[in-house]
Design a protein around this ligand. Structure first.
Ligand SMILES: Nc1nc2c(c(=O)[nH]1)N[C@@H](CN(C=O)c1ccc(C(=O)N[C@@H](CCC(=O)O)C(=O)O)cc1)CN2
Ligand SMILES: NCC(=O)N[C@@H]1O[C@H](COP(=O)([O-])[O-])[C@@H](O)[C@H]1O
Length: 234
């Protein structure tokens, strides 16, 4: 990939809001990369649907605004999403990162943020959208598994894929072992993907991922060097 000039927004860091429901190791990877000077982002807020999610404490420890909203307080999914994204929009993010956010986001909310919302998913999409991906891969006898970073569209886990990380499935793997091996690669995958967006090198145009303003023919691949590389020609 040839280096290009930074995005016109280079004067200010990419404002990133994170949506998460769980332990927050992917958020932590973004925080650590930011603090190490490896990622030019300003994490402007972390938002969760679960008040007890450990990700919120990670955010607070990092000095990041942490907000939770209980879906039980809303009659409909769309009403919950309207309230949640009103809080998200209030911090004016350039990019929203779903990092273990375990709710289907209503179409209206997705459409308002099309091209500005990404998700990290624990499978090699389009394989295994949805939940329980590791158990499903094992049940199928898959020999390879991994994670994908994709732009979010209304259809679940169906948006254009930016980058993937691949891991082997080992004969004695159970879902826990496989998920740990995948998770260990997710952190670099997410950091590098967000870095390309922050540098203005990756965007989404008409439902297609572009790298340096040219259509990306296949997802970038995370190498052993923890950097993203063009997929080998088929
Ligand atoms: N409209 C979209 N919303 C979301 C997407 C997306 O691509 N389009 N990605 C997800 C993240 N995700 C997988 O990566 C995912 C999240 C939630 C679910 C799901 O079935 N959730 C259930 C509740 C499950 C539970 O509470 O344990 C639900 O919302 O009813 C599947 C996949 C983020 N949202
Ligand atoms: N369908 C969405 C989904 O399953 N996302 C997955 O949730 C985990 C969150 O871990 P973390 O809270 O430690 O970042 C990650 O493995 C991520 O891929």
């Amino acid at each position: 990939m040839h280096a290009r000039g930074p995005h016109p927004r280079a004067a200010s860091a990419l404002r990133v809001a994170v949506l998460a429901s769980g332990r927050g190791s992917n958020l932590q990877a973004l925080v650590d990369a930011r603090d190490a000077g490896d990622l030019a982002i300003d994490i402007v807020g972390v938002f969760s649907d679960r008040a007890e999610a450990p990700v919120l404490e990670r955010a607070r420890r990092a000095g990041i605004r942490a907000t939770s909203l209980a879906p039980a307080g809303f009659a409909r999914r769309a009403a919950f999403d309207a309230a949640l994204f009103a809080a998200v929009d209030h911090v004016q993010p350039h990019l929203i990162v779903c990092a273990g956010y375990m709710r289907l986001i209503s179409s209206a909310a997705v459409r308002r943020h099309l091209g500005r919302m990404i998700n990290i998913h624990p499978s090699l999409l389009p394989q295994y959208p949805g939940l329980d991906t590791h158990a499903r891969a094992l049940a199928d006898g898959a020999t390879e598994h991994g994670a994908s970073v994709h732009f979010v569209i209304p259809a679940l886990d169906a948006g254009p894929v930016i980058a993937q990380a691949r891991v082997p499935v080992l004969p004695d793997d159970d879902a826990a072992a496989l998920s740990q091996r995948v998770l260990a690669r997710e952190h670099a995958l997410l950091v590098r993907s967000v870095a390309l967006i922050a540098d203005g090198r990756i965007d989404c145009d008409g439902g297609h991922v572009r790298l340096d303003r040219s259509p990306l023919s296949a997802p970038l691949q995370l190498g052993a060097d923890d950097r993203l590389h063009a997929a080998p020609a088929a």
